[in-house]
Design a protein around this ligand. Structure first.
Ligand SMILES: *Cc1c(COP(=O)(O)O)cnc(C)c1O
Length: 238
């Protein structure tokens, strides 16, 4: 395990260096961009190594995996992010464990989250997932629906919409990925112009292992990186 842990620490500092350089290229302080380490490929030993190396934000794509891992690390200094689709029947078990839901991908899910937030006396932090690539297999609001829906989405008192999340297309070239990230940023700006509060609504969750530097150059405040952190580490699933 020692080897894997030091490998993970080295990978993490490499990713952080690349993040800082990309922030600098876009004229932003490195502190503007937060890394969410996506742990869906690994188990508790690797997560332990990430925490030891100073990583605090951890992301899981499947609610059941988030439950299991958040449980295993209960009481530790870690924030959990759900980055994949949340089924309605898993909502009440997931929301108390998640610091931020990146994947609020439809109006009816948001209405259900709103109802849960109101009954729990809290405002659930979410990002609206927007299907900027247009891939049929991807979840999310279609980009042209978000502005017209905004007044309704903004009226949910049990939800705090903290920004937008998007993914580049499966087959996207770097240029296409960049255009998709730009589209997400412009949509955020449009929503700010339409009355979203800049203090609350500021996050842009975009960029993964293959394109996080492009995403940062185009304004990402959260990047979701998995594979790059576990390169050279055995025991990798998927
Ligand atoms: C798996 C996953 C990631 C991380 O992907 P890598 O390419 O391994 O960095 C990011 N976002 C979502 C939504 C994912 O499912």
């Amino acid at each position: 395990m020692f080897d894997a842990a030091s490998r993970i620490a080295a990978n993490l500092s490499g990713v952080r260096r690349r993040m800082e350089a990309a922030a600098q290229r876009s004229g932003r302080p490195a502190g503007d961009v937060r890394l969410v380490a996506v742990t869906k490929y690994v188990g508790t030993a690797e997560i332990e190594a990430l925490l030891a190396a100073g990583c605090r934000d951890l992301g899981e794509a499947r609610p059941q995996d988030l439950w299991r891992k958040a449980e295993a690390f209960r009481g530790r200094d870690a924030r959990w992010h759900l980055i994949g689709h949340l089924q309605r029947n898993k909502l009440s078990r997931t929301l108390p464990l998640a610091d931020l839901l990146h994947s609020a991908d439809g109006e009816s899910l948001l209405a259900a989250i709103d109802a849960w937030g109101l009954s729990a006396g809290t405002k659930v932090g979410v990002l609206l997932e927007v299907n900027v690539s247009g891939d049929a297999a991807k979840h999310g609001f279609s980009p042209d629906k978000v502005v017209p829906l905004w007044p309704r989405l903004a009226s949910f008192a049990g939800v705090r919409i903290r920004g937008l999340m998007g993914m580049s297309g499966r087959e996207a070239t770097p240029d296409e990925a960049r255009r998709q990230f730009v589209a997400l940023r412009l949509l955020r700006d449009e929503l700010l112009a339409a009355g979203a509060h800049a203090a609350e609504f500021r996050e842009l969750s975009m960029g993964m292992t293959d394109d996080f530097e492009i995403a940062i150059e185009e304004g990402a405040t959260l990047v979701r990186v998995g594979s790059a952190l576990f390169e050279g580490v055995e025991n990798l699933r998927g």
